[in-house]
Design a protein around this ligand. Structure first.
Ligand SMILES: *Cc1c(COP(=O)(O)O)cnc(C)c1O
Length: 215
């Protein structure tokens, strides 16, 4: 099942677009199925679960952290994460910078642009991101943007969200010419083909690979 689902996604995914297999809430056995089928990049969104899986699963797995991260949980996540995709507040960013400085490490991150309805939480405005990019963070490497489209079946609404983040990414590229700022992480199980058409370089797919989650 997992192997077949993974193959189906990979068959449709254009070369150059990275697949983060989102394994949250799924057991290690399922991750190993995908691993044995060749998948090496996985994503988790809860610090405790992330740390436990990362410590026990093969060390050549690359882990992206994709969930809301509280500053008191950094030590569970930063030792294992190759990229923290979900930097969504100045407070968190400052804490990551401080951790990097204390551990003499540079942390790769994406900045989360707030998309969708006003009341949905999480992420920066365009203005906040521009302000961050104009300031020095010696222990943080900004790798690009992350976004979650509005949770809806309305394709037009999702497309408007993707167009907004795609356009903003292009504007940042033209204005700042940031060397490492290459990634656009958009697209989940139900909307990733649309995300790819809007410039996604990373898609984060859970349900379509591992099946529904039981909360
Ligand atoms: C859970 C999650 C996903 C994957 O969602 P699916 O709909 O299961 O593909 C992607 N991105 C983030 C930030 C998530 O929390």
């Amino acid at each position: 099942m997992v192997e077949d689902n993974l193959k189906l996604v990979l068959k449709e995914l254009p070369p150059g677009v990275k697949l983060v297999a989102v394994s949250k809430f799924h057991p290690k056995e399922d991750i190993l199925k995908a691993y044995n089928a060749g998948q090496r990049l996985f994503g988790e969104n809860r610090p405790q679960e992330f740390a436990a899986k990362a410590a026990e699963l093969p060390s050549d797995i690359e882990w992206h952290f994709i969930g809301h991260l509280q500053t008191n949980k950094l030590k569970m996540v930063l030792p294992y994460a190759s990229v923290v995709e979900s930097i969504d507040s100045k407070r968190l960013l400052d804490a990551v910078e401080k951790w990097g400085s204390e551990h003499d490490k540079v942390i790769d991150v994406l900045l989360e642009l707030h998309l969708g309805a006003e009341e949905t939480k999480g992420g920066f405005t365009e203005e906040e991101i521009e302000e961050i990019l104009s300031q020095p963070y010696p222990h943080v490497c900004f790798k690009g943007l992350m976004g979650m489209a509005t949770n809806t079946d309305d394709k037009a609404v999702i497309e408007a969200d993707f167009l907004r983040i795609e356009t903003f990414k292009k504007r940042l590229d033209e204005k700042y010419h940031l060397r490492d700022f290459a990634e656009l992480s958009i697209g989940m199980s139900h909307d990733w083909p649309l995300a790819v058409r809007h410039g996604a370089t990373i898609v984060r797919i859970g349900t379509a690979i591992f099946g529904p989650r039981e909360y």
